[in-house]
Design a protein around this ligand. Structure first.
Ligand SMILES: Cc1cc2nc3c(=O)[nH]c(=O)nc-3n(C[C@H](O)[C@H](O)[C@H](O)COP(=O)(O)OP(=O)(O)OC[C@H]3O[C@@H](n4cnc5c(N)ncnc54)[C@H](O)[C@@H]3O)c2cc1C
Length: 399
């Protein structure tokens, strides 16, 4: 029997494996569907990665190689080309391997399966189905892993941080995006990064959303909702991340309707207490460094749990995601005298008002908030005192 099985060998999964080995656990295995460890950074051929973890600025692939080397050196059991296809109660997994299907059992399982960008279908883009419509991950895989260039003059949909990463990837490889499109009225990424399109002379259109993609074999143009048309040979759909939580959704774990990741408590513990989750599977998305630190922290809780140390879920309090918020992670709180950890929040739209935590009409916490979507909002759980007899609290932005 394996002590801990980790599904996903990205920054969160590898960090957790390293911490579990450092805590003295005997058998820790990473199950990774790809032929190498490293997760998304494998194909992000640009910095900055690794500042906190390795004390230097690395490109994505160099960072991924370091993760893989560290896992190997620590004695982690690394099972590549192993795709977990089903979760069963209590820590039993069905796996597809190069040698056929296999069952795997572990005392605890960590979900670290990351997040993915929303595809065309989830963005309700109509029209033809030509070649040349990609997400950033697929573009970077084309360029860095397979050495192919899928288009030369695409439009880029989105202005998140990842959209800028896409823009840099394009420029470095002779691709000249003809436009960036943003549905809102300002860029999602923070200044000064938000100025990048202007520096690279890529026109940005605000209030612009693709309605239709046109083209027989290859993309020829896009038509926007306001009727404008842009000639291009590809469409790069960036950002709008969704947790890769299909395993939780298809299995028996509770999934949160707001974050779309598995429901967890402040220890990263799922609704079946044999399962934990860390990294971008919890929410879309954070940086690699953040996911790495989260993997380390949750690994400590898993190690504590295996020594009988985690508080019981009995009397746990549910966190309701109220007005103005896109999600709140975690979604439950085990009752403890001294709460620790962070409540991770995102707003659904630009928000200015009072960030409030309340139990019914009793305000437990309040502070002034001014936030934009996709920007990190954190609340230290230490500041919340849970009254007796309360089973739910609400977090909201009151205007
Ligand atoms: C284009 C792009 C650019 C980025 N640039 C930066 C940057 O410059 N700096 C930065 O800090 N962050 C950057 N990020 C964010 C960073 O890559 C992520 O925060 C980080 O990779 C998240 O780590 P993770 O371990 O949660 O997930 P991932 O890195 O996504 O790893 C998840 C792993 O799980 C595996 N997996 C999934 N499902 C299964 C299954 N069923 N069975 C087995 N294995 C499975 C996947 O193959 C993958 O290896 C970027 C992200 C993108 C998409």
């Amino acid at each position: 029997m394996i002590d801990v099985a980790i599904i996903g060998g990205g920054p969160a999964g590898v960090a957790a494996a390293l911490r579990l080995k450092a805590r003295g656990l005997g058998r820790v295995a990473i199950l990774e569907r790809e032929p190498v460890l490293g997760g998304v950074p494998r194909h992000c051929g640009h910095p900055p990665f690794g500042m906190h973890e390795f004390g230097r600025i690395l490109s994505g692939p160099a960072y991924a190689r370091r993760l893989a080397a560290a896992a190997e050196a620590a004695g982690v059991e690394i099972l590549l080309r192993h795709t977990v296809v089903r979760l069963h109660p209590g820590g039993t997994l069905d796996i597809a391997t190069p040698d056929g299907p296999r069952e795997f059992r572990a005392l605890r399982v960590l979900l670290a399966t990351g997040a993915r960008e929303s595809p065309r279908s989830a963005r309700f883009i109509g029209g033809d189905r030509p070649l040349g419509v990609l997400n950033t991950g697929a573009l970077q895989a084309h360029i860095y892993l397979y050495g192919t260039t899928p288009f030369r003059r695409p439009v880029v949909a989105g202005t998140e941080l990842v959209s800028l990463s896409a823009l840099l990837t394009c420029r470095r490889h002779g691709i000249r995006p003809v436009a960036m499109l943003e549905a809102g009225h300002r860029p999602t990424a923070r200044r000064p990064l938000a100025w990048l399109p202007r520096l690279l002379r890529t026109p940005t259109h605000y209030g612009a959303q693709i309605e239709e993609i046109c083209g027989a074999e290859r993309v020829e143009r896009v038509r926007l909702r306001d009727g404008r048309e842009i000639t291009c040979d590809g469409v790069l759909l960036t950002g709008q991340f969704t947790p890769e939580s299909s395993l939780a959704r298809m299995g028996h774990l509770a999934v949160d309707a707001h974050s779309l990741g598995p429901v967890v408590d402040q220890y990263g513990r799922c609704s079946d207490n044999a399962y934990f989750a860390a990294g971008n599977v919890l929410r879309g998305i954070e940086t690699a460094g953040w996911s790495y630190r989260e993997g380390t922290a949750i690994a400590d809780y898993i190690a504590d749990d295996l020594c009988g140390g985690l508080p019981s879920m009995e009397g746990a309090v549910e966190i309701l995601c109220g007005e103005g918020l896109k999600y709140a992670v975690p979604q439950t709180l085990a009752r403890v005298t001294q709460m620790r950890g962070l409540l991770q929040l995102r707003v659904a739209a630009p928000a200015r008002g009072q960030l409030r935590v309340r139990a019914g009409k009793t305000i437990l916490y309040r502070s002034w908030l001014s936030a934009l979507p996709e920007r990190r909002v954190l609340l230290d759980l230490e500041q919340i005192r849970l009254p007796q007899g309360v089973s739910q609290i609400t977090v909201e932005v009151a205007r």
